[in-house]
Design a protein around this ligand. Structure first.
Ligand code: TRP
Length: 462
């Protein structure tokens, strides 16, 4: 891994901008474009958005600055870092490293869905995806995921591309392409968002997305929304899985930790917000706010966006470009995920890169296929009332990551003490401006929020 070499040479990222861009590149992916909008639609639009934003500037900020500081101070990747902070917390490293292992397979399943939609639009069948009764009955999306073979093929193709990229070490090339393409994605999303605003019924849709409406929000609903928003924050910012520790270890000592973390957060949140802006009001417009449509879950993006494209002149081409860009964003994130997992396997089992990559490939395919078949041949089979894909998603985001976060808060708040992070933040001679908030967050508020998230599924019966 190139960055590994850089770290060993002790130079790390060449610039502050380099660090921010690389981290943002790994952070911005399906989490922002696919996951955020469907959660926002499901959990009350404005209410979800407000809770997400509050959590991002408080809890997300505290967690990210903690992880990046641990990384830069210890100079280690996730497996070794916690051990350096405190001997008895060493086990956290392995636990953290396990999280991307379980995210990777289902991430690639969604990546496969994106590839499929890219092909649907590129071959001029975008309109088929827009109708509610493709071949009589259900939308194209339901037909697609309801069969075993096709989603499996697209999924395997997506994983294979990742494997090839990792084996040939051409990530840099793809990352550079994606750096040029990402601004285009932002422009496209902005354009589609402005266009959606001109559609009939857009007012109500935007109101739903932007303005929090607490009428009818019960305590149980509020708890679930907080849990979903916090889980999304972990996922989107790649927190609570050691990724930021690894990135932090590459960071230059003289750069301002506080401003880097702020920039990454603002960037990631802005993209998620914009993605929500093209999807949430649109589902509202095309369904008149029908509750079942808002609750569509993981399929939302694939059900709603084709309808928007169907109303745009040249929507077929625009749709193709859009899904190509989403595929690219998904690819840069999944590469970084796979790279992380491969690095962990190499380090843990002391095997070479090729072997590690092949093991990870096989594992990803086997576990990912469970998620694929969970929508077709094993659709009857649910785990605690969830489809298999949702189960992996839920277990990682709402159980494993909060557990890791609580432990991190205990480690930094009470064992190593917050000075461990504060000193690192101030290493470049700057004052830690948010110090007061940081201490309160890590010692009191974060652990409480995490415990709420952990018990929510039990008190609200999922
Ligand atoms: N944050 C990424 C996204 O929003 C997903 C992700 C989670 C990720 N964990 C990661 C990406 C680890 C790279 C590495 O899509």
């Amino acid at each position: 891994m190139e960055t590994e070499k850089i770290r060993e040479n002790g130079t790390g990222f060449a610039s502050k901008l380099g660090f921010v861009l690389a981290t943002a590149g790994s952070a911005v992916g399906l989490g922002n474009l696919w996951r955020f909008p469907y959660l926002a639609a499901k959990y009350g639009g404005g209410v979800f958005l407000l809770i997400y934003l509050i959590l991002a500037v408080t809890f997300g900020f505290a967690m990210m600055i903690t992880e990046a500081s641990i990384g830069r101070r210890t100079g280690k990747s996730v497996i070794g870092a916690y051990q350096v902070v405190n001997e008895s917390f060493g086990g956290m490293g392995t636990f953290a490293a396990l999280i991307p292992v379980f995210i990777m397979p289902y991430y690639c399943v969604i990546g496969g869905w994106v590839l499929k939609y890219m092909c649907v639009f590129a071959t001029g069948h975008g309109l088929d995806a827009a109708v509610d009764d493709y071949k009589g009955g259900a939308p194209l999306f339901s037909h697609f995921i309801g069969q075993a073979k096709e989603p499996a093929i697209f999924f395997v193709i997506f994983v294979l591309v990742n494997l090839v990229v990792i084996l040939f070490g051409v990530q840099k090339g793809i990352e550079n392409v994606s750096k040029i393409m990402m601004p285009l994605l932002v422009v496209l999303i902005l354009g589609i968002g402005i266009y959606t605003m001109t559609l009939k019924g857009a007012g109500a849709g935007f109101k739903y997305y932007i303005l929090p409406d607490f009428t009818g929000v019960t305590v149980s609903k509020l708890l679930k929304t907080i849990a979903a928003a916090a889980g999304q924050l972990f996922y989107s910012l790649s927190l609570a899985m050691g990724i930021m520790i690894t990135y932090g270890s590459y960071m230059r000592k003289e750069d301002s930790m506080e401003s880097c973390v702020r920039q990454i957060e603002v960037f990631d949140t802005a993209i998620a917000f914009l993605a929500g802006m093209i999807i949430v009001p649109a589902v509202f417009i095309f369904s008149n706010g029908d509750a079942a449509a808002m609750n569509a879950g993981p399929g939302l993006m694939f059900l709603t966006l084709p309808k928007v494209f169907a109303t745009i002149p040249g929507g077929q081409i625009l749709g193709t470009v859009f899904f190509v860009l989403v595929a690219l964003a998904a690819m840069t994130s999944s590469m970084s995920l796979m790279e992380t997992v491969v690095a962990v396997v190499m380090e843990k089992f002391k095997i070479n890169r090729i072997k590690a990559a092949l093991y990870v490939f096989i594992f990803t395919v086997v576990v990912g296929l469970l998620s694929v078949f969970g929508y077709s041949i094993w659709a009857e089979f649910t785990l605690f009332g969830m489809q298999i894909l949702d189960f992996f998603d839920f277990t990682t985001n709402n159980i494993m990551m909060p557990i890791l976060s609580v432990l991190t808060c205990i480690l930094i708040g009470y064992v190593a003490k917050t000075a461990y992070v504060e000193e690192e933040v101030e290493r470049n001679g700057e004052d830690f401006k948010a110090r007061g908030m940081y201490r309160v967050m890590i010692k009191y508020i974060c652990p409480v929020v995490m415990i709420i998230i952990l018990i929510t599924p039990f008190v609200t019966k999922l």
